[in-house]
Structures are given as C-alpha cells and as structure tokens.
Design a protein around this ligand. Structure first.
Ligand SMILES: Cc1ncc(COP(=O)(O)O)c(C=O)c1O
Length: 384
C-alpha cells in the first residue's frame, strides 16, 4: 500500500474514532442544543467533502490541468500589485460584468456574479422558493442542488434519469404538473454522468414549467452546446456558467445570465462584496484574452476522446461517452479499483452507490501524461 492511501485510511479511521469519542464525551447540553436548534434537514446532511488531494496525479476535481501562461501570469501579478487591499472591492464587479457582457453580447443588467456558481445556486434557491417551496432536479446530478435545498428546509423533487442518463421526460412532466416546483435545475452536460441532455427535452421542460428553469452550463465549453441565446424567447430560463472548469477554479467566479427583472430579484440576496478584489483583478486580466483558454479546451476535448477510446474496450469496463472534461465509467468493483489507482499514484472520484451509479468512477481529463498514467494504471488493474 502506498503512503498516501495508508494515510487516507488511517485518517478516516482516526476521524471516526474521534467522532465517536467526541459524541460520547461531549457536553450533554451542547448535544441537546444541537439536536433542538439545528434544522432537522441539516442534522441529517453530510458536509460537502473533498477527498485527499496529495496524489501525484490528481484527476478527481473536474479542474483544468493547465495553469496560466507566463505572459498572462506576469500581467496578473502587475494587476494585483495595484489592488488597494485595504479597501472593499467594487460591490457590483462592474468591470468584469461589462467584459462578460461584451464577449457574450448579453446585456450586463442580466448578468450576476457569484463566489463560484455554487454561490449562485444558493442565491437562486433562496430567491425562487416563494411559491411551492419545491425544487426539482434529475438524479444523479451535481450534489449542491440537493444540499442547498435541504439546508434551507425546502423540498427536493428528484426524478431519476433514464438508463442512458437522459431526462425521463414523461416522469418529469408529470411531476411538473402535479407539484409545480418553483425551480428546476438541469446540468447539461450533467455531472457526474458527462452527457448533454436531449435539447428537445430541455425545451419541453422550459415550456411546461410555471417556475424558473436553470440550465447549469458549467461544462458547456467542452460540449459546444449552449442555451444562452434562447433566454430572449424563454423568460423563465436562467443560465449558469463557471470559470472553474477553464483553469480558474482557485479564483471562484460563477456567472449567471437571465432576464434583467429576474437578476434584479436575485441580486437582493447577494451578500455585499461577494466577488473579492483579487478575483476581480485576475478576472479583469484573463477576460481580455481568452485565446489560451480556447486552446486548452480543444486539447482537453481531444484527450477526452483518446482516454475514452483507450478504456471503453477494456474487459469489465463500461465507459460512458462524455460531452464534458471528465468521463464516467463502471467497473466490477469500484471501491477496489479506486484504492488500487491511488496505490499507483492516481486519484480519481469514486461515485459507487446503489442505483444508477453502482460501481461507477469518474476521471477528470488531465494533461496527456497524467491521462496516460491513468490509462496505464487502470489497464494493469483490470488485467491483474
Ligand atoms: C454542474 C456543476 N455546476 C456547478 C459547479 C460548481 O462550480 P463552481 O466551482 O463555480 O462553484 C460544479 C462543480 O463541480 C458542477 O459540476
């Protein structure tokens, strides 16, 4: 067993031991306080946790493997030197919103920024839960939709995807009609399944919903498919994007596009200064020239196809074709394969759970040599 895996297993065991001890020793008053005052839904939740990240090859987070080119890094450093760090940032991040408006040709009054699109998801659920208090999303999907819904004491409506991981339109329309959710989240491409949902089904949902439909386009640069241009026609449609998958996960910048009237309502729950001055400074530089980002996206897309073709025929592996920067695949024993890959220095994400994701693992596309380490490692594990 390698050191990283050993430490991971030891930490897990120690955490559990100390959790058990904490519960046994904890002040009973504190325990009662938590049980009586923390919302029931939150008591039952698990915090969003990121597994260990010390493997030499890190392909678990759907991040970009590429950092900034030298000349852009230099410009960023120069920009950061100028930032008055003792002052609050521009509360409306006007300059970034204007730049985004210019390159998307979308009016800036309909653009809102978040501390990652995670924050925008939270703002959306806070804002649009004043009708039935029900939030619909297909499952499996990005975990944040449910986490925030439950944390706010609202009701999640989960509709299972079909066996091809596409929307079950009949069931979705039925639930829409019966439960009239305030908000619907559709991540397309979907995480962790990697596929785009069928366009006709997305449109049918937008047209049949009496609430807001959010198409989360976190991975749209890898699919080339966007619904941004139909907001004009469908006023209940909101689009989410993020800089996280394009090489900027560290600056935490999510983008929301919607009708100005809707953006105005959502903006009321935005915490002041949610986009800090360092993020604004970095974004100001990178948004001036996105050509290196486009090149990286092309390379990742090409690598995605190479990885897919390399693993899809391995015996006992079922790989699902992807429109994103990661690939979901099924093996005979996901827990074992996951640990054995860590042993070989490759960290991916384990989604093994009963149901649609049984024995499923997700690998993020990295640099060619990292992908090679993954392919090589998986092939060895499968053939051993
Ligand atoms: C579908 C989807 N939406 C949103 C996010 C969150 O992105 P951000 O880093 O902007 O908070 C993720 C992150 O993995 C995602 O997969």
């Amino acid at each position: 067993m390698n050191l990283v895996l050993e430490r991971y297993l030891k930490e897990k065991a120690t955490n559990k031991e100390s959790d058990d001890k904490d519960i046994a020793n904890s002040d009973k008053g504190l325990d009662d306080l938590i049980r009586s005052r923390v919302k029931k839904g939150i008591q039952d939740l698990s915090a969003y946790s990121i597994p260990l990240n010390e493997c030499p090859v890190k392909l678990d987070g759907n991040e970009s493997p590429f950092s900034l080119p030298e000349e852009i890094l230099y410009k960023v450093q120069e920009e950061i030197k100028k930032i008055p760090i003792n002052r609050y940032p521009d509360p409306d991040a006007t300059s970034i919103r204007t730049k985004i408006s210019n390159f998307t040709s979308f009016p800036s009054e309909g653009i809102l920024l978040g501390n990652g699109s995670d924050e925008l998801i939270e703002m959306l659920i806070i804002t649009f839960s004043g009708g039935t208090g029900k939030i619909l999303f297909p499952v499996p999907t990005f975990s944040m939709f449910k986490l925030v819904t439950v944390a706010l004491g609202l009701e999640p409506l989960e509709v299972e995807l079909d066996e091809r991981f596409d929307i079950d339109i009949k069931e979705t329309l039925k639930v829409l009609k019966e439960k009239n959710p305030d908000l619907i989240f559709l991540a397309s491409p979907n995480n962790p399944t990697g596929n785009c949902f069928t366009e006709g089904k997305i449109i049918e949902i937008i047209e049949n919903s009496r609430g807001i439909v959010v198409v989360d386009e976190a991975y749209c640069d890898f699919s080339g498919k966007t619904y941004l241009n139909i907001i004009d026609k469908h006023e209940n449609l909101i689009i989410l994007r993020t800089m996280s998958k394009l090489g900027f996960a560290g600056i935490r910048l999510g983008i929301l596009f919607g009708k100005a009237e809707l953006a105005k309502e959502i903006n009321k729950v935005r915490l002041p200064f949610n986009i800090n001055s360092l993020t604004q400074g970095v974004a100001n530089v990178i948004l001036d020239d996105l050509s290196f980002v486009r090149e990286n996206v092309q390379l990742i897309t090409k690598e995605r196809e190479r990885v897919y073709n390399s693993i899809k025929n391995l015996s006992g592996v079922e790989a699902f074709s992807s429109d994103a920067n990661f690939i979901l695949f099924r093996v005979k024993d996901a827990d074992k394969t996951f640990k054995e890959l860590i042993d070989k220095g490759v960290l991916i994400r384990n989604f093994n759970s009963p149901g649609r994701l049984e024995n499923c693992l997700r690998v993020t596309i990295g640099k060619p040599e990292e992908n090679e380490a993954f392919i090589e490692g998986l092939s060895q594990i499968i053939s051993s």
